[in-house]
Design a protein around this ligand. Structure first.
Ligand code: NAP
Length: 321
């Protein structure tokens, strides 16, 4: 197989693109042949040495997700057979054209979704669904605020919120990056205008926080009574003060989430919830993944540099074709 690998920790000088032996699926695993692979901030953090792969995952091949065709299945696998189109999540090893993945960490790709669009789905939509719905119980008619709404996870959260009948405020700092979200039906606001928009809607019932600690005080200010905040990402920083009085006064809940490090069954539960609730929306075109840019897999370093630049709309992919 061909894989992006990290030869130690550091900047792009540790990144290689190399041939490796194909992984061999274990009893409950399948081997997926993939043309495209989604790039994530976690890959950059791992390259820097800040986010090692969990035990059981390849230590030096980054990549948190997979989409492709089952090529081989371990002896105990019941859910899939060779030729099935699947997508899902892995603890590592996703930036390769052959990926070993547990059978319960996969869902079936809807027929109408092309292989590039399918590759833009798993990490973003599983994370967004798990955060807004499983964790925060977002309901019909509630108000959802997504901070960092133009990114991959953010745009997935916006689409899923709208599909569920929530009213969605999408906070986007880069001009023009929220246009597709506005067309989909979200109220798009720059961070300094979010409070105004939410006041008109009676406050946010759920906040999906993808930016970091700098937003938390403002999140509590715009939160409705019994509101829920879930911290999913902290690219702008993870340390800051919060007011416990605000937490008490709003009778609020503050959650954190991390998909990669979860035990096998918890991760399987998140993927299966996605299969039940999100895949039908993808099949019906009511949720539509957005690809911002595709890089040849041999140019992974350019993809890593691009990923952390502002103003993207949707997902960055590598192409192994
Ligand atoms: N907890 C989990 O399990 C989990 C799973 C997946 C992802 N994540 C995390 O979630 C975050 C978003 O992931 P993604 O795939 O959606 O990334 P993405 O597509 O690159 O989107 C990043 C979003 O954050 C904004 N942003 C980045 N740096 C910022 C800064 N310094 N100040 C203000 N806004 C900033 C971007 O706005 P601009 O375009 O204007 O820069 C964009 O809206 C990442 O931190 C990622 O690591 C966590």
């Amino acid at each position: 197989m061909r894989a992006v690998t990290f030869n130690g920790a550091g900047g792009n000088e540790v990144v290689r693109f190399e041939e490796r032996p194909d992984p061999v699926p274990g009893d409950h695993e399948v081997l997926v042949a993939a043309r495209f692979a989604g790039v994530n901030w976690a890959d950059v953090a791992q390259r820097l040495g800040n986010y090692p792969a969990p035990p059981g995952s390849p230590a030096d091949i980054p990549g948190l997700e997979v989409a492709g065709v089952v090529q081989a299945a371990g002896p105990q696998v019941r859910a899939w057979r060779a030729g099935d189109r699947v997508f899902g999540v892995v603890g590592g090893g996703g930036l390769a054209d052959r990926v070993r993945v547990h059978e319960r960490h996969l869902a079936a790709v809807p027929a109408g979704l092309g292989e590039d669009l399918a590759a833009a789905v798993p990490e973003a939509y599983i994370t967004a669904h798990d955060a807004a719905f499983t964790r925060c119980g977002l309901e019909l008619g509630e108000v959802l605020l997504v901070n960092g709404a133009n990114g991959a996870v953010g745009s997935a959260a916006v689409q899923l919120g709208l599909a569920a009948g929530a009213r969605v405020v999408a906070s986007v700092r880069s001009a023009g990056a929220g246009d597709a979200l506005a067309r989909a039906g979200a109220v798009v606001a720059s961070p300094d205008k979010v409070a105004e928009q939410l006041a008109a809607l009676g406050g946010a019932d759920v906040v999906v926080e993808l930016i970091g600690a700098q937003n938390l005080q403002a999140d509590f200010r715009v939160l409705a009574v019994k509101g829920r905040i879930v911290v999913v990402g902290t690219p702008a920083g993870s340390d800051g003060a919060i007011s416990l009085r605000a937490l008490m006064g709003k009778r609020a809940s503050l959650y954190g989430t991390m998909l990669r490090a979860r035990p096998l069954e918890e991760k399987a539960a998140a993927v299966q919830a996605f299969a039940r609730s999100v895949v039908p929306l993808l099949a019906a075109g009511r949720a539509l993944p957005k690809i911002d840019r595709v890089f040849p897999a041999a140019e992974a370093t350019a993809a890593f540099d691009y990923l952390v630049q502002p103003g993207k709309s949707g997902k960055v992919l590598l192409d192994f074709g």
